[in-house]
Design a binder for this molecule. Structure first.
Ligand code: C5P
Length: 232
């Protein structure tokens, strides 16, 4: 599995995302399409970006009863995305059903990644709102282990957790890590951040980078810098 930089295309319209991608000319970065763009533009946006030659991580974070997730994954699989995701909180049976739904008749399927605890959830909220009393890193590792048990390919996690996830679930289990910032860049609303070079050192398999690229004066140069620090 090759290391790669995934660009979070958090735009709310097709025009905005095309204007952004047009800047890359011949280069075809791996693109993350999230709920905002998908709900605004529908499945067509996935098809057109795919037709432009990009790999796609469809970040819709499914969480429902196993049968519904299985059928929805089967629809998403037909969009020919390269990676998609769900909430590990949906349980092991939901994750197993998701894999079944995602698997195409020829046996191939997109990579399937689990969200453990969202980084917006802290210990206090988890205890008070969700009544989960264990330490949050133990919960994250337990959810990651559940995802591995269900046959998933990896988890979305903080770069700071990537090493421990590999220790718990094996080196082949993928870590997809947002929260990446350049050493001389703006942190914005992210709290625990790492540079692309640090994420590489710690063993992240994919970094998800949004604003450091999308809001840069020269997005292509910012993307190239990420690739240089993380992949090369
Ligand atoms: O702009 P920025 O680099 O902060 O974007 C990070 C991307 O990763 C966003 O699309 C955000 O929704 C996503 N993400 C995150 N933290 C998580 C899961 C996803 O920042 N725990």
């Amino acid at each position: 599995m090759g290391k790669d930089v995934i660009v979070a295309c958090d735009f709310s319209s097709a025009e905005d995302v095309y204007a952004f991608l047009d800047k890359f000319k011949g280069r075809k970065p791996f693109v993350k399409i999230g709920m905002e763009l998908f709900y605004a533009e529908g499945p067509q946006i996935v098809k057109s970006i795919k037709e432009r030659g990009h790999k796609i991580f469809l970040d819709l974070k499914l969480h429902d009863i196993p049968n519904t997730v299985k059928k929805s994954m089967s629809v998403l699989s037909r969009l020919d995305v390269d990676m998609t995701n769900l909430h590990a909180a949906g349980t092991i049976s939901m994750m197993e059903a998701a894999i079944e739904g995602l698997t195409r008749p020829d046996g191939s399927r997109p990579l399937l990644i689990a969200v453990t605890q969202l980084t917006s959830t802290d210990q206090e909220r988890m205890e008070n709102d969700l009544l989960i009393k264990e330490p949050i890193d133990k919960v994250v590792m337990h959810y990651a282990a559940n995802a591995a048990k269900a046959g998933l390919d990896g988890v979305v996690c903080s770069p700071l957790e990537a090493g421990k996830v590999h220790d718990t679930c094996g080196k082949e289990f993928l870590t997809v890590t947002p929260g990446v910032r350049f050493a001389d860049g703006d942190i914005g609303d992210q709290k625990r951040v790492m540079t692309p070079a640090e994420a590489k050192k710690i063993g992240s398999d994919y970094i998800v980078v949004g604003r450091p690229i999308t809001a840069a004066e020269d997005p292509v140069a910012a993307y190239e810098r990420c690739v240089k620090e993380f992949v090369d």
